[in-house]
Design a protein around this ligand. Structure first.
Ligand code: ATP
Ligand code: MG
Length: 333
């Protein structure tokens, strides 16, 4: 059997550079080798956006356009809309018995996100339990590998624990998946924050036009200790240089800029101008393809529909095995 990948994104906005280096690049590289399912996680997006369900439909299209624009081939890869696979919800409920509240409380990513999101009306149970729903996402497709950013590692660990428990308690039906982190485990935000994130407004999106990229690069956070361009500056931990390292293919130029920055012989503006140039060159073909695809939304919808149909068929197969293992096949039908 061909090994399988499951990964996904929340349709909370268009995808950004962090998604590219954290996960998309690996997905494109592995799509020939692995049977790949990509979940557009609208149910998970609702856990902290339940007051705005109207934004999901447009964002499902945005995310699918980004997938196609970076080179995911719909003849190989299945794009699956989470809420259109109701079996996922059933499996989530069964998994809930295999996880304690203490385990959820210890989850470092969940903890950080709860703090960051600052739920003023109390913590929704749906958000609190999303690691369990994510375990159902991964296991229902019997994935071996999950290409994700570093922030998702505790979720994969939680999934592995659930699988071990399930297989021990009931029957050996589920596969224990492995995480695969991208070349950049966690791309910082343009604000210097630890993570570029759709909902933090510190992103450069894959489909941003050049003038927007320029604006975002020129307003980027750099070395806070440096006041004048003639002050020696810090390269390490400076997001402008992190982006240069990742996106500027001219390594000699990057080394020269770092050297001059440390000595205080180059200003932030020049370093940013060069980054802008590298980024627009990187993004130009992605953006061109995205604009072209956006002109045929019906084709994109067909691709999503077909991927979801295949994903649901696989999920139904797994759920037959899950119900059998759990002795939920009563002679009552
Ligand atoms: P939201 O703010 O709605 O949570 P997000 O930007 O965190 O959005 P997700 O849809 O939650 O994006 O994440 C999708 C995938 O992209 C995950 O595997 C995640 O680890 C990865 N990812 C997201 N942001 C980054 C980043 N800055 N660096 C590396 N990987 C990232
Ligand atoms: Mg996220």
């Amino acid at each position: 059997m061909q090994r399988r990948i499951l990964t996904g994104d929340r349709p909370t906005g268009p995808l950004h550079l962090g998604h590219y280096v954290g996960s998309l690049k690996n997905r494109v590289a592995l799509q020939d080798e692995y049977d790949t399912y990509i979940l557009i996680a609208d149910i998970q997006a609702l856990t902290d956006n339940f007051e705005h369900p109207e934004m999901l439909e447009a964002n499902i299209m945005e995310v699918a356009l980004d997938y196609l624009a970076v080179g995911l081939d719909p003849n190989k890869v299945k794009f699956v809309v989470q809420s259109m696979v109701p079996e996922l919800t059933e499996l989530t409920i069964y998994f809930m018995n295999l996880v304690t509240t203490a385990t959820l409380e210890r989850n470092p990513t969940l903890k950080a996100e709860i703090q960051q999101k600052n739920f003023t009306k109390g913590l929704p149970v749906g958000f609190y339990t999303y690691p369990i729903s994510q375990a159902a996402d991964i296991t229902i497709f019997k994935a071996h590998l999950v290409p994700v950013g570093e922030d998702q590692l505790p979720m994969i660990e939680q999934t592995r624990e659930i699988v071990r428990r399930f297989n021990r308690l009931y029957d050996k039906v589920l596969i224990e998946p492995k995480a695969m982190v991208g070349e950049v485990a966690r791309l910082p935000g343009t604000d210097g924050g630890a993570k570029m994130s759709k909902t933090l407004g510190n992103c450069i999106n894959l489909g941003d036009p050049p003038e927007m990229v320029r604006k975002r690069v020129m307003s980027m956070f750099t070395d806070p200790t440096r006041i004048h361009p003639t002050d020696p500056g810090h390269v390490e931990g400076n997001p402008v240089f992190t982006y240069h390292d990742v996106f500027n293919p001219d390594k000699a130029e990057v080394e020269e800029l770092k050297d001059r920055y440390r000595k205080g012989t180059v200003g932030d503006v020049e370093v940013k101008e060069r980054l802008y140039k590298a980024l627009t060159e990187f993004l130009a073909p992605i953006r061109a393809r995205r604009v072209e695809l956006a002109a045929s939304p019906d084709d994109v919808r067909d691709i999503i529909r077909e991927g979801t149909r295949k994903g649901r068929a696989l999920a139904q197969q797994t759920m037959d095995e899950v119900r059998a293992a759990m002795k939920l096949r009563y002679a009552l039908g």
